[in-house]
Design a binder for this molecule. Sequence first.
Ligand SMILES: [Zn+2]
Ligand SMILES: [Zn+2]
Length: 151
Amino acid sequence: MSSYSIEVPLDDDGFIRRECPHCEHEFKWHDGPTDDRPLGEIDPSVYFCPLCGESALPDQWWTQTQVEFQEQFIMSHLHEEVEHGLKDAFRGMKGWTYKPGPNDEPTPDSLTEPNDMLIVQPPCHPWEPLKIPDDHLGPVHCLICGQQFAV
Ligand SMILES: [Zn+2]
Ligand SMILES: [Zn+2]
């Protein structure tokens, strides 16, 4: 099996859409820390949801749309792999030809990322800015340490 890298789009400010596995609300985090990160700071082992303050491992923040896109993407490539494999299997067998069927798994369109939500900057970790929904009321939690701050 080949491996494919699936591109998740960033918005114009360099933010990627995320969904909290606990409260299931969407927010965005920056694609990596900004240049302001002090030397010696490393990526944390868990991230905190800015909206509900719960923590989860870095790979648990995919939105439903991103998961569906990944599955579709993998399926469309899987189909191609199978076609190639069958062609090779039939090659060299006398009297046998293999006619590939139509590929009915369309390659999905790329995802796009709208420039929505408000940028907030945690005072404790300002090099990890976040975007939260415009209608979010109340305090926001820092992505890195979970500490609350007012916006
Ligand atoms: Zn949450
Ligand atoms: Zn913090």
